[in-house]
Design a protein. Sequence first.
Length: 105
Amino acid sequence: MDCKLATFEIKFLYCGKIYKAKVEQTFLSDIHERFTVIGGKKSIEITSNRPLIKKTGGRKKIKMQAVNINIAYQELAQTIINQIQEHIYKLEHPPFNWSEHPKNK
């Protein structure tokens, strides 16, 4: 399965404000991938073992974690990780189109 992703944008709520950030897949190998999340002047890196899990059949949970981030911002990092996982899930599991079902024709 191809794990290559195009650059996308996420929105998240932090401290009562809605922020936008650009997410870019900056590294991809057979074992792991790295995302760079850019919002304004700041950026963080998030690593994932999604390519390895997809390659081995997907029996284990995908682990995503922020790299080189201050402990005070762990809640923010988890919020961003959740948004990235949600975006990837929507890409890999598109909604079913009932109008194309054979019984509806």
